[in-house]
Write a protein that binds this ligand. Structure first.
Ligand code: PMP
Length: 358
């Protein structure tokens, strides 16, 4: 078996231990004579795994009791719509910080549901090299919430500190959830598609403060109401059982690593390995991101020409390093180094980049 060094942006590399556990249990989970995929979502075998995933999520993030943790479908993209549908009262507006393609998509959906305005933008000449500072926020005092994208998968930027605001803070954490310790109590809603740090695609984790669940709009279809999913332990209809089983495996792995403090330390060290290559005195590699906005999950960089970038990607692939092409909307190169990307893979890439430069 030859596993590659996987730098995919998502779906992305999974912890080997989580995959091996699935392999071992694929035909017979917990001595039940069938795979988890073949179990009823109303049965005891599945329910135990479902509840274990929820409990691990709570434990790892330290989710306070006044929050619900939901396991939904539809991806983070569905949350772009569900957040305003649930949280905006009739005629109420919401605020958005625009830090790249994903926040642009989020506000576009909010405008279909009601009113939404831009509270700040990180855009400079059509690009998104920075996270706006808290002092730049132009807030609407009566906004239903302020929406941010904690890590920008395409632009390669990440919040270091979260703004302190009166309105509930809503964060799309799809590409950095569980990458560092978090004070959940500062947020109204946190949501994340699983396919970067949590597991395979197909399940979306949503953490919502209970008062927002309870005051949520009741006139929308029940399948879209946080209230409906919260009151039924995310089992109001058939959940994506295999994706949730894999989420459980990944969360167990995170716990075995020593939880989020240990994971954060590992992530910082991994990111430093690559940024140190970009910062070495030379005009060969360059980063389009301002230093204090750099992402520890998606390291975005450029070479002097698109031809050299293509050559670098091709040579890396020959050495078993895949997923290094930048997002099609921005070009360049990108190494996504989520929780499960082993330090050895990042070291191999750093060594290769130095050799390629020579
Ligand atoms: N938000 C962010 C920050 C993302 O990176 C992505 C996907 N790459 C999305 C939202 C959209 O997620 P999904 O495809 O799960 O809807």
């Amino acid at each position: 078996m030859a596993r590659v060094h996987n730098f995919n942006a998502g779906p992305a590399v999974l912890p080997l231990a989580a995959l091996e556990r699935a392999q071992k249990e694929l035909l017979d989970v917990n001595g039940t004579g069938m795979s988890i995929m073949e179990h009823s979502h109303r049965g005891k075998a599945y329910e135990a795994i479902h509840n274990e995933a929820l409990a691990l999520m709570r434990e790892l993030l330290g989710v306070p009791d006044n929050y619900d943790v939901l396991l939904l479908q539809g991806g983070a993209t569905q949350q772009f719509a569900l957040v305003p549908m649930n949280l905006c009262a009739e005629g109420q507006s919401s605020d958005y910080v625009i830090t790249g393609s994903w926040s642009k998509k989020a506000i576009k959906e909010a405008k279909k549901v009601g009113k939404a305005r831009i509270a700040a933008t990180g855009e400079v000449d059509g690009k998104f090299p920075r996270i706006p500072k808290a002092a730049e926020l132009d807030l609407d005092a009566s906004a239903a919430y302020l929406h941010i994208t904690s890590n920008n998968t395409i632009a390669g930027t990440q919040y270091r500190e979260f703004p302190d605001v009166k309105a509930p803070l809503v964060a799309d954490m799809s590409s950095d959830i569980l990458s560092r310790p978090l004070d959940v109590s500062r947020f109204g809603v946190i949501y994340a598609g699983a396919q970067k740090n949590l597991g395979p695609s197909g399940v979306t984790v949503v953490i919502v403060r209970k008062d927002l669940v309870e005051s949520g709009n009741e006139s929308i279809p029940e399948i879209f109401q946080y209230r409906n999913h919260a009151s039924q332990n995310s089992l109001s209809n058939t959940p994506p059982t295999f994706a949730i089983y894999m989420l459980r495996n990944v969360l167990s792995w995170v716990k075995e690593q020593g939880g989020l403090s240990a994971i954060a330390k590992r992530n910082e060290e991994k990111a430093a390995m690559l940024y140190s290559v970009l910062d070495e005195r030379s005009d060969f590699y360059s980063s389009p991101v301002e230093k204090d906005s750099r992402s520890r999950m998606n390291v975005v960089f450029n070479l002097p020409t698109p031809e050299l970038e293509a050559e670098c990607i091709a040579q890396a692939e020959k050495r078993g390093m895949v997923g290094l092409k930048g997002h099609r909307s921005v070009g360049g190169m990108r190494a996504s180094i989520y929780n499960a990307c082993p330090p050895e893979s990042v070291q191999a890439l750093a060594d290769f980049l130095r050799a390629f430069k020579k």
